[in-house]
Design a protein around this ligand. Structure first.
Ligand code: ZN
Length: 136
């Protein structure tokens, strides 16, 4: 089963929690066991799983990424001026795979799934593909 989510972002660098919309996609399928791949078809946005309980974790994550890959580097050549966004997207990665168990996404109690925006604001697409274990 394939589906797409449209996700609006509001800042140049931002993590958007997409755990709930992914759960809604899953519930609509009725699939109770299998795997879900969540994929970003973008060169400047990524997908990750991390803590969604304390918002300071995401604050600190973004702060550290800023020092790791500053937005501006006079040695960058890419004419669009967003090389930092491309680098961060690949450092975090384009996708994650989630386990579906007992009709829910198998996540730890403090975990959430994030779309990581590195060149916003804009509207992003998140691709979702589910493979069921169940016999049809
Ligand atoms: Zn670019």
């Amino acid at each position: 089963m394939f589906s797409e989510l449209a996700v609006s972002t509001h800042q140049r660098r931002e993590f958007i929690d997409i755990t709930e919309p992914l759960g809604e996609v899953l519930r609509a399928t009725g699939i109770t066991s299998g795997i879900m791949t969540v994929y970003s078809p973008h060169t400047t946005a990524a997908i990750t799983v991390n803590e969604n309980w304390d918002p300071d974790v995401i604050h600190d994550f973004l702060l550290h990424l800023s020092s790791l890959v500053p937005a501006h580097n006079l040695q960058f050549r890419h004419g669009e001026g967003n090389s930092d966004s491309h680098i961060l997207a690949s450092l975090i990665g384009a996708s994650t795979t989630l386990i579906i168990r007992n009709g829910s996404l198998y996540l730890g109690p403090w975990q959430g799934v994030y779309l990581c925006e590195f060149d916003g604001p804009r509207t992003r697409t998140v691709a979702v593909h589910i493979i069921s274990d169940q016999a049809l």
